[in-house]
Design a protein around this ligand. Structure first.
Ligand code: FES
Length: 168
């Protein structure tokens, strides 16, 4: 059962969501979906130069309506401002969810959706600064994976999530 505190924090984030809506002139866009719950999330990111570094100036999002995903996206888009693409990519799921605190297992994927959209948007930006690694395996006789196929798979590198005991 979702604890009341978490529900309150989600509602508080929803009452005044930050950075909702399309960002015109975005430098990067990431879209992911979850085929199980039908939620889709799109993230727009705009960069600026600051102290010789390319940092995130603004990030905005659009969601199909999952409250937890909206709450996490609202917090995450605030959190990544002023960070480089690499710094933002190094954030863990639970860091993106920030003050929402630990999410119950059934809601983890909502935060991962936000993380996935962020990775999708930022990976190309990060690659421009680092040597691109070998392209992912793509056997010619297999149809290209759809977006949903790709995001349905566990992400390489793994996301480590530590659950706190709800009872404590
Ligand atoms: Fe699927 Fe929240 S219920 S993204």
């Amino acid at each position: 059962m979702m604890n009341d505190d978490l529900q309150k924090r989600i509602q508080a984030a929803l009452a005044n969501p930050h950075n909702m809506g399309e960002l015109t002139n975005a430098d990067a866009i990431g879209t992911v979906g979850n085929s199980d719950c039908g939620e889709m999330l799109r993230l727009w990111v705009k960069f600026k130069q600051q102290d010789g570094r390319k940092v995130i100036d603004r990030a905005t999002f659009q969601s199909f309506g999952c409250e937890t995903a909206i709450a996490v996206a609202s917090l995450a888009t605030e959190l990544i401002r002023g960070k480089t693409a690499e710094e933002a990519l190094s954030l863990k799921t639970e860091e993106l969810a920030g003050e929402l605190g630990p999410l119950p297992p059934m809601k983890i994927h909502c935060a991962q959706l936000v993380e996935g959209a962020l990775r999708s948007a930022l990976s190309t930006q990060a690659e421009t600064c680092t040597k691109p690694t070998a392209p992912p395996e793509a056997p010619a006789n297999v149809a290209a994976p759809t977006l949903l196929d790709r995001i349905a798979k566990p992400q390489a590198g793994g996301v480590k999530i530590t659950f706190l005991d709800e009872g404590s």
